[in-house]
Design a protein around this ligand. Structure first.
Ligand code: ADP
Ligand code: ADP
Length: 225
């Protein structure tokens, strides 16, 4: 039962391939760690899955839908936290989520409010809900980003380097939230930090210079060394 499946997925810029014939298989209800150094092609892969850019060659599906053709439908069912999200400092966490819900979670006001509360609770921000973002720590900001991505109850959550800019406490925070969301949704997260992958992932794919060099359950990768 695959959430993401790609075949020979390839992307070139000006004739230079940055992603080379990628075959990815992401099982449902798991945390999938997409590990690779900066420049490996992780963000490019994510943009292809979201239909933000078109493949040079190859194909892929998300929820069985074609990434080149059905991106609008795919995006409706995905929550996405980009690498460098921006926030309005003077808004509170709750206001920010209401604002996001305005775009991605339509419904009567009381239902939206209930969803905002639920999302704040899921990401451990309920006690900070009415504080201005200005004073948030890095870990709290990333939890808010995950909350935003979760607002429409997505079937797949894509997190691009969610812990990269954080101190150890912030990183632990983010990994904990990811673990707690695991039984609700599939999580695809890209990172260059091996330690984070080892701590939370069920399956790992390793990307280097646009080439997939390994993809296996985490236990297999750890014992193979
Ligand atoms: P990662 O997310 O793993 O750091 P990226 O997918 O951002 O890697 O980038 C992979 C490679 O593709 C890098 O060498 C990057 O400079 C290049 N690249 C990404 N986007 C573009 C673009 N729009 N035009 C040209 N080169 C790009
Ligand atoms: P990310 O890893 O999130 O893609 P980057 O800083 O690498 O962040 O890229 C920022 C933007 O610039 C992205 O939209 C990316 O596609 C584009 N980009 C990255 N590398 C290049 C490049 N060498 N030439 C042109 N555009 C690039």
């Amino acid at each position: 039962d695959l959430v993401i499946c790609t075949r020979g997925l390839t992307k070139s810029y000006n004739g230079r391939p940055v992603l080379k014939s990628l075959d990815l298989k992401v099982p449902r209800n798991s945390i999938f760690g997409f590990l690779g150094p900066n420049g490996a092609g992780k963000s490019t892969t994510i943009k292809l899955l979201l239909g933000l850019i078109k493949p040079t060659a190859g194909s892929g599906t998300v929820f069985g839908l074609d990434i080149a053709r059905d991106s609008a439908e795919i995006r409706r069912r995905i929550g996405y936290l980009p690498q460098n999200p921006r926030y309005y400092d003077y808004m509170t966490a709750r206001e920010t989520l209401r604002f996001t819900a305005g775009f991605f979670y339509k419904g009567p006001a009381e239902l939206v409010e209930r969803r905002v509360d639920e999302t704040l609770r899921m990401t451990g921000l309920d006690d900070k809900a009415d504080r201005k973002i200005k004073g948030f720590s890095g870990g709290e900001l990333q939890r808010l980003g995950i909350a935003q991505a979760q607002i429409n109850n997505p079937d797949l959550l894509i997190l691009d380097e969610p812990a990269a800019s954080l101190d150890p406490m912030g990183r632990r925070d983010v990994l904990e939230v990811m673990r707690s969301l695991k039984n609700r949704t599939t999580i695809f997260y890209s990172t260059h930090i091996l330690d984070d992958v080892q701590r939370v992932s069920d399956t790992v794919a390793i990307l280097n210079k646009g080439t997939l060099i390994a993809m296996a359950p985490i236990e297999d990768l750890l014992t193979a060394r």
